[in-house]
Design a protein around this ligand. Sequence first.
Ligand code: IPE
Ligand code: IPE
Ligand code: MG
Length: 249
Amino acid sequence: MALFFSSTQSIPATAEVPRHIAVIMDGNGRWAKKRFLPRVAGHKRGVEVVRDIVKQCASIGVEYLTLFAFSSENWRRPQEEVSFLMGLFMEALQQEVSKLHKNNIRLVMIGDHSRFDESLREQIARAEALTRDNTGLTLTIAANYGGRWDILQAVNRLQAEHPELAGNYNEEHLAPYLSMHYAPEPDLFIRTGGEQRISNFLLWQLAYSELYFTDTLWPDFDSAAFELSIASYRQRERRFGRTSEQLQQ
Ligand code: IPE
Ligand code: IPE
Ligand code: MG
């Protein structure tokens, strides 16, 4: 049977270390602007921070780390920034995948990749295939991802494969078609860069995630900043609809 994780259908166990952390890595452009550098310099620095956070998550026992790298709305940016970002994905994949593999990390890319160049799609497929059986941290990169796109593609595929269930779809039916079907819902959501919004990230899966917003810009998000987010998470009382008294019992 396929795994079925749902915070609305059953109450997940809460652990000291979040099993799944989802991050909106925001603030690269502002980081660069503050230094009178082009925006893309912020993106470059951002990749280095990804490397450090992946390492840190693996070392404290996080099982799933999901990073928002490019939203379905980021195509609205200037053409040259979009091209630079595509180049950066390509480069990062080429340079990092063997290291990820050596560290037993499984890489999964989610999002609508149909708009990417053939060469980038091939690179993604190769990286996923190489690391598929790794048993350490699962690193998910969301690229050309949108929460609404995800829910709609899931409903459409479910409907195509199970027309007989139409009108009676439930969460368990939908779950296997969602992009992150292989992972529990995020325990902790982090957004750097000061904005307090979801920006069409994991709309379905964030139902009961603990939200953490920090003004720290992504290129400045170092291990101390990461530890603060974990400390904040540890102080939360995750009630999932119950009362505090019920939890004390
Ligand atoms: C996040 O940083 C990276 C991407 C969206 C690709 P931004 O580029 O959004 O940086 P700010 O928000 O303009 O500072
Ligand atoms: C969200 O950041 C997307 C990523 C970090 C990839 P944006 O910078 O695109 O979000 P908005 O436009 O400020 O909401
Ligand atoms: Mg931004």
